[in-house]
Design a protein around this ligand. Structure first.
Ligand code: KG4
Ligand code: ZN
Length: 376
């Protein structure tokens, strides 16, 4: 069974073609047109600009996905597709609308069923891609604990089975990826901050330290806004060339104009990264201690961070080596459409069982975007 998926929730236009073979997800192609360079001039994603770029990129990205999957063109290959999956939230409304309308058009003209997918669910299913991880191996995987770390979310999620989610904890303010991006602006690195901060942190010395937010809070929540502010104050104290009022009043730009030496930047990056990761690790272990989890799943853009992977792996193995750890491949950590294939397939199978597929006749008419779509 071939599945085509479309993702436009933020600043990547992505299309993938996957095939389900003997209960395994094989990705035949995944194409991503990134807009990062465009948005980096503003220090973050500008929603209307993102939507305009998606409109430009959707058809070429679709063609690229078909070609990479071994078809001559979309026109020649669409007959193979049995299902179309599309992100309908959460994300930026103007960006989501472009992808959903595109997928609706394909569904209407090609006469294929359309499946709306939660973007967060996609991130959680990224470790299932091209792996020896059968969708049917329920007994070995569930109950699973998921940690979703991206630019918009920081969530601890319990999965008792496929497509079943219970949120155990989340961030009270900034998401962890957002904090990486903001700290990158403070030390003048540009956007997106995560990879730049973690690269620079490798050159840093442990000269500064920040306290781990909500360390003893007793719950499974996170907070990264205070940590980001602590980095800002430290940077202002070190530099002395800007006042707090000046940096807060600055128009959107990739940096705040705080002058720091290369060493100060690297030391700040190291201290921030280490503290943020410690917070993620502590709450993950706290959640695992609730007991009974067979596996741990990591997903989202920040899952690309090597230090996070190392520290999680080490501490989970130390706590209970029988817990299986599933990390996504790095190419599937950021926004992509390949991660939508497993949930699209699972939802289709489940719904088909319930309704013998009737609900898919012209179902594209009923699907709407939801920028605040929750995972449940
Ligand atoms: O999942 P994603 O691509 O988009 C959202 O759904 O938000 O995540 C993007 C976030 C950005 O904040 C980016 O800075 C962060 O992931 N990120 C990283 C790394 N690579 C990307 N954060 C820390 N370390 C990285 N290596
Ligand atoms: Zn994402």
């Amino acid at each position: 069974m071939h599945i085509l998926t479309v993702e436009t929730s933020c600043d990547e236009t992505a299309v993938a073609i996957g095939q389900i073979v003997a209960n395994r997800v094989k990705i035949l192609s995944h194409a991503v047109a990134s807009q990062m360079k465009l948005h980096s001039a503003w220090g973050g994603v500008v929603p209307d600009l993102a939507a305009r770029e998606h409109l430009k990129n959707l058809v070429p990205t679709l063609e690229e996905a078909f070609r990479k999957a071994g078809f001559k063109s979309a026109k020649g290959g669409f007959g193979k597709i049995k299902l179309i999956g599309v992100t309908n939230g959460p994300g930026l409304a103007p960006a989501l609308i472009t992808g959903l309308n595109f997928a609706k058009t394909l569904s209407f003209f090609w006469g294929k069923p359309l499946m709306p997918i939660n973007h967060l669910e996609g991130h959680l299913y990224a470790p299932w891609i091209n792996r020896d991880l059968e969708l049917g191996l329920r007994d070995r995987i569930f109950p699973a604990l998921g940690l979703l770390v991206s630019g918009g979310h920081t969530l601890l999620i319990e999965m008792r089975d496929h497509l079943e989610y219970e949120i155990l904890g989340g961030t009270l303010d900034d998401a962890v990826g957002e904090a990486f991006d903001k700290v990158a602006r403070i030390v003048g690195l540009g956007y997106p901050g995560g990879p730049l901060i973690s690269k620079l942190a490798l050159e840093g010395d442990p000269d500064y330290s920040f306290s781990v937010p909500l360390k003893n809070s007793g719950d499974l929540n996170f907070s990264f806004s205070g940590l980001k502010t602590a980095v800002l104050y430290k940077a202002l104290t070190l530099s002395k060339n800007k006042s707090l009022k000046e940096v807060l009043g600055r128009a959107p730009k990739p940096d705040l104009g705080i002058k720091l030496t290369k060493k100060q930047k690297a030391d700040l990056a190291r201290a921030f990264e280490s503290t943020a990761i410690e917070a993620l690790k502590l709450k993950t272990l706290k959640a695992l201690k609730r007991g009974g989890y067979r596996s741990f799943i990591l997903g989202g853009g920040v899952a690309a961070n090597s230090l996070l992977r190392e520290r999680l792996e080490l501490s989970i193995n130390e706590f209970d080596p029988s817990i299986k750890i599933y990390f996504p491949k790095k190419e599937h950590t950021g926004d992509n459409a390949a991660m939508l294939v497993p949930p699209a397939y699972l939802r289709f199978c489940r719904d088909k069982k319930i309704s013998s597929g009737k609900k898919y006749f012209d179902n594209w008419k009923k699907i709407e975007i939801d920028p605040n779509l929750k995972l449940h």
